[in-house]
Ligand binder design. Structure first.
Ligand code: PLP
Length: 365
């Protein structure tokens, strides 16, 4: 409820500044805005955190957090199989600012071993990873991080607080691209971070300084989306599991990557650290890039687009879309082939989605 008016939904405080601000909580909306603060309360509740901060995008959350916590000479550990732009931010931009960045190969054991090999100031992992849905054992990694004094940041965009709460598994900070499942309707760009106050206060000061702040209207849309997060994720988890099983048995599909499938390399870890396996799955089709693009373009219900996490199912070709900034060599190490498609499953009737996929796959020879 809005304290000022009694409105039962959070109003959009579309204002730049506040009357007679000296000494007051609200002065200027880059720094603090009531609608945005309501959203930060929500992520604090969802993640069981001490403090939350909202950003203009997921990249805003990631870059601002990293810039706030690191300085030249510090070391960061990331893994190669992450969202292309996050990877580039760490390996190109932060490196240019004098931060040492190491990247581990895909797989929980690889990052845990590397985390033990030297002291990192920050360890940043995606869980579940984009686009091959690898799962890191956050419980084990957080033990190593604590022993070594590393700050563990988990990007939980793919898992959402419904399927995993990284802070409860021992992480220090969780970040989200709220543009995806949290907002959930493909109509907003937003980012969130939550965790211990000692880190989030520093990050919040950096946000105020860099200006990676969220707009009130985007905060309102994100808040509205979060109201249905649980019921959307329940349907999405179920739909994705059924589609993964369907694709695994399809003659035109070579391989399916979904952590809920027994065939997935991280199935056992997924069962340990996830409550649900999420809405994203990837699969390789017979033939190369031409076949993958043909399937993508033949779909009628599933939309070809470079996003995920919405109520509508969306498909993309990582090699030419989300992960196009990775070199051929980097894509090879991660396992992103030209015939790989990434599917974000929505809340449509699962039979309609399966029919759409089947028809598109059957256009292949
Ligand atoms: C796992 C993950 N983290 C962060 C981002 C960046 O989020 P945004 O697009 O909101 O900046 C993305 C975008 O696709 C993503 O997939």
């Amino acid at each position: 409820m809005d304290e000022a008016t009694g409105a039962i939904t959070t109003p959009i405080y579309q204002t730049t500044a506040y009357h007679y601000p000296e000494g007051e909580k609200y002065r200027y909306s880059r720094e603090a805005n009531p609608t945005v603060l309501e959203l930060t309360k929500k992520i604090v509740e969802l993640e069981n955190a001490e403090m939350g901060v909202a950003f203009s995008s997921g990249m805003g959350a990631i870059s601002t957090s990293a810039l706030a916590l690191l300085k030249p000479g510090n070391s960061v550990l990331v893994h190669r199989d992450m969202f292309g732009r996050s990877y580039r931010f760490f390996t190109d931009y932060l490196k240019n600012w004098g931060v040492n960045v190491d990247a581990s190969n895909p797989g929980s054991d690889n990052i845990i071993e590397k985390a033990k090999s030297k002291r990192y100031d920050v360890i940043f992992v995606e869980n579940i990873t984009n686009p091959l849905l690898r799962v890191v054992d956050i419980t084990e990694l957080s033990k190593v991080a604590k022993e070594r004094g590393s700050i563990l940041i988990v990007d939980a965009t793919f898992s959402t607080p419904i399927n995993q709460k990284p802070l409860e598994l021992g992480a220090d900070i969780v970040v989200h691209s709220a543009s995806k499942f949290l907002a959930g309707h493909n109509d907003v760009i937003a980012g969130l971070a939550a965790g211990y106050g000692k880190y989030l206060n520093v990050i919040d000061q950096m946000r105020r300084t860099l200006g990676t702040s969220l707009d009130a209207h985007a905060a309102y849309l994100t808040l509205r989306g979060i109201k249905t997060l649980k019921i959307r994720m329940d349907v999405i988890n179920r739909n994705a599991e059924q589609i993964a099983e369907f694709l695994e048995g399809h003659p035109k599909v070579v391989k399916v990557y979904y952590p809920g499938l027994k065939s997935h390399v991280d199935y056992e870890i997924a069962r340990k650290v996830l409550k649900g396996f999420g809405g994203v799955l990837s699969f390789e089709v017979n033939g190369g890039q031409e076949s993958a693009l043909k399937v993508m373009k033949s779909l009628k219900l599933i939309i070809p687009a470079q996003t995920l996490g919405g109520v509508n199912s969306v498909i993309s070709h990582p090699a030419t879309m989300s992960h196009r900034t990775l070199s051929l060599e980097e894509r090879k190490i991660v396992g992103i082939t030209d015939s790989l498609l990434r599917l974000s499953v929505g809340i449509e009737d699962v039979n309609d989605l399966i029919e759409d996929l089947d028809r598109a796959l059957c256009t292949l020879y």
